[in-house]
Design a protein around this ligand. Structure first.
Ligand code: DGT
Ligand code: CA
Ligand code: CA
Ligand code: ZN
Length: 582
């Protein structure tokens, strides 16, 4: 479990960075330093106090004297004075808006100063009623961009990314499971189905009737609940202290467990479809069980499997229950064996401090070897056009190849595959010379610019390049921040298939790209998929499971995912020219 202190400190440093950014160009350096420190503290494997105790805080990259002092101050007093005074500079509400696309610091500052606006509500109104358009420098295009950003932000404003919901939900689940009165407990709803965005967290518990009250009291306890929305005999809802989002709890008897779990897992569409089928069979299905329509006699309810088999179906994984044809498949007993996290044999997209990652090649490799049972990794630093990501040129790549070799020798195996994440340029060309690319094991090509255009042709021309093995985060979307660029998925799938180019399922929580629907299309077209974490630090490596969830929602088996295969199979999948070099 991740350290709460690290998380809190990272939050504070991020806020400080945002305020410094708001203060303008004089504080640009500080803004950068704090944002970097936030990243580092947030991704430490151990609690930051351990580093203080061992006197190794300042050995961490990006933690200088000043920031180290603030960390110690926080550990001692629970506060950072500088932060307390900085907070007065700008209301948090407005600060948070800086993350919305189109709302730069300078725009926000200008709006705030000139329109005397201090709340988000007023700002949104000023945007809608045209006061913002009257300000100097706020042309039609800019204001439209801001409105679009706001609209996109709304789609996740009251919701959670799957990663955050999982972290929070699992904590509450553990909190409940610690009670001996709780017989069974599971996450339900969209969280159990692993949807990319979660509205509220649903938890189901079974217990003896007499224990319900005690469980409800434990659930609504002030140590986890910021607010109690409802508190009844069999259900309660709270706003979680941690993340300010809603959690619904339901308590049922053990005989009802399976029926309730099935019902509260949903989806609603899946349930409605099931209910129609039950009716045809003269059954009644509810959260309490399956009953005979006329006699009201219960014929199933204890386990979820019982619910499905009674209706004539095979049990299916929650991720499939979206009424996208899974019920028909279950009737034919053709539910596939979906991929699992343990099927993954390696991670083929990650960065080191050669570009914008936090750790060295050797550190990343050692960390993976210690914490995962992978057979290989590909290190894929950015190429030279990615200036903000500190991308590297041909000369540096050749040096990096030597370093891969050195570390592999030390590890005693060919664990690190020499990779790169190349920028696809505006005209579809790549930014690294062929003779260098020819020496790499694994090349990911990604779009990092030109998001407003139709990018079909750029991606297809990257697929056609004989050195490209995979297209990274193929749609470019960032959930709640940036929409996917325009592209024709069918043309891209065709090109990927014809050229043996894999498409990535990028498992970063905000990317999840390809998403479940597109991954499903790719699977149907037999285009190979790769699940990658695109890690920039140690903790990112655990995003792998998010990618596996997407693949499961796309009905993928291990066979559909290239990095479930041993390396020699991946090597022979790659295009002909690279195959000669194995
Ligand atoms: P969310 O919270 O918006 O991310 O999505 P869910 O799917 O978690 O929806 P939620 O929390 O409203 O309800 C949890 C589950 O309860 C849902 O997946 C299926 C079941 N459910 C809720 N409302 C209905 C309904 O009207 N009919 C049926 N058949 N099932 C329902
Ligand atoms: Ca829910
Ligand atoms: Ca709910
Ligand atoms: Zn990357």
């Amino acid at each position: 479990m991740k350290s709460e202190t690290n998380k809190k400190l990272a939050q504070i440093f991020n806020q400080m960075s945002a305020i410094y950014k708001y203060e303008g160009s004089d504080e640009r350096f500080r803004a950068g330093a704090y944002s970097k420190a936030a990243k580092i503290i947030g991704s430490l494997a151990e609690d930051v106090s351990v580093y203080v105790k061992n006197n190794t805080l300042k050995d961490l990259p990006g933690i200088g004297e000043g920031i180290a002092e603030k960390i110690e101050e926080y550990l001692k007093t629970g506060k950072i004075k500088k932060y307390e005074s900085l907070k007065k500079v700008v209301p948090k509400e407005l600060l948070d808006m800086m993350e919305i696309r189109g709302f730069g610091t300078q725009s926000l500052k200008q709006i705030r100063d000139q329109l005397k606006i201090d709340t988000k509500e007023d700002l949104v109104q000023a945007l809608q009623n045209g006061s913002v358009s009257k300000l100097k420098g706020f042309g039609k295009k800019k204001v439209e961009g801001m409105s679009r950003g706001l609209k996109l932000h709304k789609t996740i404003e009251d919701r959670m990314l799957l990663w955050d919901a999982l972290e929070a939900g699992e904590k509450v689940l553990a909190w409940l499971k610690s009670m001996p009165e709780v017989k069974q407990a599971e996450l339900a709803g969209s969280l159990r189905r692993k949807k990319e965005i979660i509205g509220d967290i649903d938890i189901l518990v079974s217990s003896g009737e007499k224990d319900r009250k005690k469980i409800i009291n434990h659930f609504t306890d002030a140590s986890i609940a910021k607010q109690v929305l409802a508190k009844g005999v069999t259900k309660a809802s709270i706003i979680l202290k941690d993340i300010g989002r809603q959690v619904d709890l339901r308590i049922v008897n053990e005989e009802e467990w399976g029926a309730a779990l099935q019902y509260f897992t949903g989806s609603k569409e899946h349930n409605i479809h099931l209910r129609t089928i039950a009716k045809e069979k003269n059954y009644k299905i509810s959260e309490y069980g399956i009953f005979h329509s006329n006699s009201e006699k219960r014929i199933a309810g204890k386990t979820e499997e019982e619910i499905y088999t009674t209706l004539g179906f095979q049990l299916m994984p929650p991720e499939m229950r979206e009424d996208r044809g899974e019920i028909e498949l279950a009737k034919k007993k053709e539910i596939p064996k979906l991929i699992e996290l343990t099927d993954i044999k390696g991670d083929l997209h990650m960065h080191t401090n050669w570009s914008d990652g936090m750790y060295s090649i050797e550190e990343m490799a050692n960390y993976v070897k210690k914490n995962f049972s992978y057979k290989y990794i590909a290190i894929t630093d950015h190429s030279k056009s990615s200036r903000i990501a500190n991308g590297i040129d041909e000369k540096k790549i050749l040096k990096q190849l030597k370093e891969f070799e050195r570390v592999n020798k030390k590890l005693g195996e060919d664990f690190i595959k020499a990779g790169m994440e190349l920028d696809i340029l505006a005209d579809g060309a790549l930014d690294i010379a062929d003779e260098v690319l020819a020496q790499l094991d694994w090349v990911v090509a990604s779009i990092h610019s030109g998001f407003t255009k139709d990018n079909t042709d750029r991606i297809i021309s990257a697929c056609k390049n004989k050195y490209v093995h995979c297209i990274g985060h193929p749609t470019g979307r960032l959930i709640g921040t940036r929409e996917a660029y325009k592209f024709d998925i069918h043309e891209i799938l065709e090109a990927a298939k014809a050229t043996n180019t894999a498409l990535e399922i990028n498992a970063q929580p905000q990317r999840m790209d390809l998403n479940d629907e597109l991954a499903m299309l790719a699977r149907e077209k037999k285009v190979k998929l790769v699940i990658n974490t695109d890690s920039h630090s140690y903790d990112n490596l655990s995003y792998m499971k998010l990618g596996v969830f997407i693949a499961r929602r796309a009905w993928c088996t291990a066979n559909d995912i290239l990095n479930t295969k041993p390396w020699h199979e991946i090597a022979s999948f790659r295009k002909k020219l690279s195959r000669q070099m194995i």
